[in-house]
Design a protein around this ligand. Structure first.
Ligand code: CTP
Ligand code: ZN
Length: 151
């Protein structure tokens, strides 16, 4: 059997978010608002992964995310895998899914869009999931994965 080594300590209760592309770790931290919660959080980055080359992992103690909260990260970590931990055991594994609508956390790529000039929450429909394409509800321009900026 393959020898297993934990690069980041195990947690007793909470959520382990695994298989985050290494370069998107801080986007995930930002999307989930992890800088502003009092929970214990540990993370590792640039860990080896067969699937991703280099991956990141985040462990949030005593936190269990709602599906719509966690699905936000699908835009920057489509292969992320959630492990729900209770009493040191993995009791559930979940995949993230790209939502059909993205509200409030991506900037519209069109500099002339009203959302870039007034305090209006951005709103997009997901017209393609792979490659990711978001169509703005206000100006109808499409923001692609390359152009996507998280706000
Ligand atoms: N984990 C943890 N604390 C625990 C149990 C598990 O931090 N008490 C972490 C492990 O380090 C691992 C993830 O949760 O990163 C998933 O655990 P497990 O299913 O045991 O590992 P794998 O079989 O390697 O998971 P997979 O192949 O599904 O990614
Ligand atoms: Zn727009």
């Amino acid at each position: 059997m393959e020898q297993k080594e934990l690069k980041v300590s195990a947690i007793k209760n909470g959520t382990v978010i695994d298989h985050i592309p290494a370069h998107n770790l801080f986007k995930v931290i930002s999307l989930l608002g992890l800088a502003d919660i009092p929970n214990q959080i540990t993370f590792g980055t640039n860990l080896e992964s067969h699937k991703l080359g280099r991956k990141s992992i985040i462990k949030v103690a005593d936190k269990f995310f709602a599906d719509d909260e966690i699905n936000k990260i699908a835009l920057v970590a489509p292969q992320a895998k959630l492990n729900i931990i209770r009493d040191y055991e993995v009791i559930e594994k979940k995949q993230v899914t790209i939502p059909d609508e993205v509200v409030g956390y991506v900037r519209c790529f069109n500099p002339k869009c009203i959302t870039n000039h007034e305090h209006i929450t951005t709103r997009f429909s997901v017209v393609s999931k792979d490659p990711l394409e978001l169509k703005c509800h206000y100006c109808e321009k499409v923001t692609s994965e390359k152009e996507m900026v998280i706000i």
